[in-house]
Design a protein around this ligand. Structure first.
Ligand code: PEP
Ligand code: MN
Length: 343
């Protein structure tokens, strides 16, 4: 349930409610919006609690949240979450473009890609140093060496970096290098990892599990939010269906659904969402038209030689073409590209 405070409620009244909740083994999460202050009550609630809370000074209303996810819901927070990464904002209306190779393979490969995507107008550099892999025989990433190369590319280009963290034990290490932590599809329900990134003081991007419903995805988001990390964005990266023509089925409908039911920013990843380079641009454009706050695109200097995900990686030329198309779609919607990219 959420406790809606009166406009003129005092801090002491809010503190009193938080204290009473704690006494009952419940947690109160405060959200101070422009229009109203609400306290999200998380834990095992019961009907009498509502009656008790309604009587307390400063309380305007107590509303049950019917959905199982609470802190990620629009009921808890009606305004969009806006995440700041350096000068960039994610979720504030501008389209953010994250681009880079699936995996960091070498200094040369990453720096070349970083320069190319930056020149084409990308805002954030992506690249995996710790790769979750379906097969144990596939490339599993350069580990800390890869993180160092990413940091070097940030130094040179000024682009913030997003990279995946695969195990709870590595969160501290990855945090020393990354600007945004990525939790991958295969780890969407790794609850210990979710708890750990929830304690991190940096933004997190939570990818949708390949067989996860939207509700399960939002419940995973809830793990991170309830640990106190509100700098959370979601990423639709395709789900598994009966279709074999594509690697995954990019669920474009998830984008407006998330926007409707949650205040969290939503990023679209048409690279994993389709698995085929020639489907990346059409689905990126569709996702933006559907309201995505950003896109994540895999780009490689020579996709044919990529150690991972070459089939879904764009060449530099194809990425540049996609950027020009994104500029038009964004303009047609009355939105702007982040970072002042205008093609
Ligand atoms: C990735 O972004 O490279 C990745 C492994 O994605 P996903 O977790 O969506 O498969
Ligand atoms: Mn990949």
């Amino acid at each position: 349930m959420i406790v809606v405070m009166k406009v003129d409620s005092r801090q002491k009244e809010i503190d009193d409610i938080l204290k009473r909740l704690a006494e009952r083994g419940l947690t109160g999460h405060l959200s101070k919006g422009v229009e109203r202050t609400v306290i999200g009550v998380v834990g095992q609630t019961y009907p009498e609690l509502r009656d008790m809370l309604e009587l307390l000074p400063g309380v305007e209303d107590v509303i049950p949240i019917t959905k199982p996810y609470k802190l990620s819901s629009r009921e808890f927070q009606s305004q969009d979450t806006v995440i700041r990464v350096g000068d960039l904002t994610i979720g504030g209306g501008e389209l953010v473009v994250m681009a880079g190779p699936c995996a960091v393979e070498s200094e040369e490969q990453l720096l070349e890609t970083a320069r190319a995507v930056k020149a084409a107008g990308a805002n954030i550099l992506r690249g995996g140093a710790f790769k979750p892999s379906t097969s144990p025989y596939a490339f599993r990433g350069l580990g800390e060496e890869g993180l160092k190369i990413l940091a070097q590319a940030r130094e040179e280009t000024g682009m913030p970096i997003i990279t995946e963290v695969v195990t709870p034990e590595d969160v501290g290490l990855v945090l020393r290098y990354a600007d945004i932590l990525q939790v991958g599809a295969r780890n969407m329900q790794n609850f210990v990892l979710l708890d750990e990134v929830g304690k991190a003081g940096k933004p997190v991007m939570l990818k949708r599990g390949m067989s996860a419903t939207i509700q399960e995805w939002l419940l995973s988001a809830e793990y991170i939010l309830s640990q106190g990390n509100r700098q959370l964005m979601l990423c639709e990266r395709g789900i598994r269906t009966f279709e074999t023509y594509t690697r995954n089925t990019m669920d474009v409908s998830a984008i407006p659904i998330i926007e409707k039911v949650s205040h969290l920013p939503i990023i679209a990843d048409p690279s994993h969402g389709t698995g085929k380079w020639y489907l990346v641009a059409p689905l990126a454009l569709a996702a933006v038209a559907a309201g995505a706050d950003g896109v994540m695109i895999e780009v490689h200097p020579s996709p044919d030689y990529a150690l991972k995900d070459g089939a879904q990686s764009l060449t530099f030329d194809n990425f540049q073409r996609l950027m020009a198309q994104l500029v038009s779609v964004v303009a047609s919607m009355g939105r702007k590209m982040a970072g002042g990219t205008n093609g």
